[in-house]
Design a protein around this ligand. Structure first.
Ligand SMILES: NC(=O)c1ccc[n+]([C@@H]2O[C@H](COP(=O)([O-])OP(=O)(O)OC[C@H]3O[C@@H](n4cnc5c(N)ncnc54)[C@H](O)[C@@H]3O)[C@@H](O)[C@H]2O)c1
Length: 254
């Protein structure tokens, strides 16, 4: 059954693009935007996964590898809401960090968002409305050891988002970052299982003692909770919210 409420909802008539929309947070965002009436383009290198989510939400899929940044240079996007969400992770000490992996992360998580924003702004400026929503992380604001590329890319995304806000303000275009702590996605569930195996402890202890150690609320964030924030940022109500970063981390950074 389609989640698109066709014509109703506070995003009715809006066209959204969600990168990395085949799974995890991106799929949750696609569902939540569609549930408010937006027509959603689900972009992912996983074409089959993107097609599944697109069919579910009554939108369309776009199979694209964001690593191929050259192909994005001549792109023109007619979307009202752009959610830059696709991301990957590599964990390694800097002295061993594979330079190719570092470049890949910067390309997918910083250069591609720049090129997609660049492709979307002319349409947004022409109509006097646009919403750029960048899926950053707590690691856009704080560092963790062994995540040099990820932390650098997310900090870069924060800067890009603020510049977009300054340039877009006169044209009805807002730009914001969303900064989740650990969210229950396949990516994080895999990390829990491997940490439990590595430390020889139950998964509940990995969560409480390692991943959620600094949290005031000792549970993972649900993807739908982040998607709710994204959907609100896309709304007309959020017109004065721009150039800022929206933390949802259960108190991790308090
Ligand atoms: N899960 C978390 O705890 C968490 C916390 C903070 C921030 N984030 C951020 O949220 C975003 C989504 O994370 P997630 O946990 O849902 O990850 P995920 O791995 O579940 O999903 C990421 C999606 O991006 C797609 N993707 C990866 N590389 C791509 C490429 N080159 N071209 C096109 N698509 C590509 C994947 O196919 C996948 O569908 C990322 O930017 C991540 O940094 C996640």
């Amino acid at each position: 059954m389609s989640a698109n409420t066709a014509g109703t909802g506070f995003l009715a008539g809006r066209r959204a693009l969600v990168t990395g929309g085949a799974g995890g947070l991106g799929a949750a965002c696609a569902r939540a935007l569609a549930a408010q009436g937006a027509y959603v383009v689900v972009a992912d290198r996983d074409g089959a996964g993107a097609a599944r989510v697109a069919a579910e939400v009554g939108g369309e899929s776009w199979e694209v590898d964001l690593l191929d940044t050259r192909a994005l240079e001549s792109l023109s996007l007619e979307v009202d809401i752009l959610v830059n969400n696709a991301g990957i992770q590599t964990i390694s000490p800097i002295e061993d960090f594979d330079p190719a992996a570092f470049r890949r992360i910067l390309a997918i998580m910083l250069e591609a968002p720049f090129l997609l924003i660049r492709a979307a702004l002319p349409h947004m400026y022409a109509q006097g409305f646009g919403r750029i929503i960048n899926m950053s992380s707590i690691h856009g604001l704080r560092a963790s050891a062994y995540k040099s590329a990820y932390v650098a890319a997310k900090h870069g995304l924060e800067g890009l988002s603020k510049v977009t806000a300054l340039e877009g303000g006169a044209h009805g275009v807002t730009s914001n970052c969303v900064n989740p702590g650990y969210v229950r996605t396949p990516l994080v569930e895999g990390q829990i299982a491997s940490q439990a195996a590595a430390h020889g402890i139950p998964e509940e202890r990995v969560l409480a003692q390692i991943m959620l150690d600094k949290n005031a609320i000792k549970r993972l964030i649900e993807p739908e909770e982040i998607a709710g924030l994204v959907t609100w940022l896309a709304s007309d109500q959020a017109a004065m919210v721009t150039g800022t970063s929206h933390i949802m981390d259960g108190g991790w950074t308090a």
